[in-house]
Design a binder for this molecule. Structure first.
Ligand code: FAD
Length: 354
């Protein structure tokens, strides 16, 4: 009989973020699919009651917590100590946690301490014939494998965006606090501040309903024999402002900057989608001025609905990489779309978050 522990950390205000709800969804579904299993929740953070209350109705029979100032921010020593204590107290055989940088960093070490095993980047958890199977992608999202393990405890880090978030009415959870004493020097590493771009300069938005991808075509000579990079920049900025879409890019476009060519000033390699870039998760994607080569589109594996705008009717998108391809001028489309967006909320579905 399995004992499932949902392991989540709270934000600075004590609440839970979306990846925690997704892990809660996976853990609750797993518990429901395994009759006779036990389901507990473990929370870590400066304060935990608000987060516990948010998931009070998720089905967990006990809410354990390690809280206090030492557990506010991500730090290997304190996070690992908290996770180990919660795992032992719960006598967990399965631990489900969101694959945030915080848990990705410490849970492999915790698995080692409790003589268990860990699987990262889990995108699915299923039960077949009484056995638990977890899905994971390999070789830059080209092959999917379903893994089973006999070793317990088994730690599963669920990739953000891969699981439906648990939804339910908040309640009042009775939280059982655990006391964890850090080893001498265990709180030495401190977070002294956070540096991040201003909200409107932040173009990577994992929670956005739409991924907008800019390709190298935006910087190429157009029908009049000229490049129009300033206009491209203005059109894309405007579109992002109006839709709150997340901005992706092809490799060619971000590489151009390194080669001294004119590029869009707000793009970095972090925006690159593809084999050597990222594999974002969004319900919809719109690719513009991009050819749709395999090393690029492999990064579109988890985009729900794919649309593309390219002048080339023989581009990769036309060969099965997109659901809809518009063979037309992306400059004209964005000019028109921005005008519509300014006037009405015609694209309401695109702009809404997940
Ligand atoms: C090992 C390896 C790893 C790679 N990894 C990645 C990766 O992670 N990500 C990635 O993106 N690439 C990757 N690549 C590169 C990839 O193969 C392509 O070279 C790259 O994606 C091409 O970028 P692009 O489509 O923006 O540019 P281009 O191939 O130059 O295409 C530009 C497109 O813009 C269109 N266009 C021009 N003007 C307009 C207009 N006004 N309106 C509409 N369309 C217009 C053109 O018709 C053309 O289709 C990798 C390659 C290798 C070998």
């Amino acid at each position: 009989m399995e004992t499932i522990l949902l392991l989540v950390s709270t934000e600075t205000d004590g609440s839970l973020a979306v990846p925690a709800f997704e892990a809660a969804g996976a853990a609750a579904s797993l518990a429901a699919a395994l009759p006779g299993s036990q389901f507990l929740a473990g929370l870590v953070g400066a304060t935990v009651q608000p987060g516990a209350d948010q998931i009070a109705a998720c089905g967990a029979s006990r809410f354990l917590a390690v809280s206090g100032p030492d557990f506010e921010s991500s730090r290997y020593v304190s996070d690992a100590a908290a996770a180990e204590a919660l795992t032992r107290e719960a006598r967990a055989t399965i631990v489900v946690a969101p694959a945030t940088s915080r848990w990705n960093r410490c849970l492999p070490g915790v698995a080692q301490r409790v003589n268990g095993r860990v699987d990262t980047h889990v995108t699915g958890v299923s039960v077949t014939g009484g056995g638990i199977g977890v899905s994971r992608w390999y070789y830059r999202q080209r092959m999917e494998a379903v893994l089973q393990r006999a070793t317990r405890p088994w730690f599963l880090l669920t990739d953000p965006g891969s699981q439906p978030p648990w939804q339910g009415t908040p309640g009042t959870a009775t939280v059982h606090p655990l006391t964890v004493t850090l080893p001498p020097g265990g709180a030495r590493t401190r977070v002294t501040g956070v540096k991040e771009p201003a909200a409107d300069a932040q173009t990577i938005r994992p929670d956005a309903g739409l991924l907008f991808v800019a390709g190298a075509g935006w910087t190429k000579k157009q029908a009049d024999g000229q490049t129009h990079v300033p206009e491209a920049e203005q059109l894309i900025r405007e579109f992002l402002k109006l839709t709150r879409a997340s901005l992706g890019s092809s490799k060619s476009l971000v590489d151009l900057g390194g080669e001294g060519q004119a590029v869009l000033s707000f793009l970095t390699h972090l925006n690159q989608v593809g084999q050597t870039g990222s594999t974002p998760r969004h319900p919809k994607g719109l690719s513009t001025c991009c050819h749709g080569e395999e090393p690029h589109t492999v990064g579109w594996r988890f985009i729900g609905e794919r649309r593309a705008i390219s002048l080339d009717p023989n581009c990769g998108w036309a060969r099965g990489k997109a659901d809809v391809l518009y063979v037309t001028d992306a400059f004209a489309v964005l000019r028109h779309a921005n005008a519509l967006l300014q006037k009405t909320n015609t694209f309401g579905l695109l702009v809404s978050p997940r």
